[in-house]
Design a protein around this ligand. Structure first.
Ligand SMILES: [Zn+2]
Length: 62
């Protein structure tokens, strides 16, 4: 799945602005939503965390 990288602010905690970021999806909270962007290092961190989560949920016998 290819998504365009754009220049913007990272929403994932590194607080960098004007960096290349990718849209991850809408954040919904309390009836509001906002676009959620992540820079590459933060995306890598998120992907590693997601992978660990998937591995943990996978049955050991599978
Ligand atoms: Zn970041």
């Amino acid at each position: 799945m290819e998504r365009p990288w754009i220049t913007g602010d990272c929403w994932l905690g590194c607080e960098r602005t004007e960096v290349l970021v990718i849209w991850l999806g809408p954040v919904q909270w309390d009836g509001q939503h906002a676009p959620f962007y992540a820079c590459e290092p933060c995306l890598d961190r998120l992907k590693a965390q997601a992978l660990a989560y998937f591995m943990e949920r996978r049955p050991a016998s599978a």
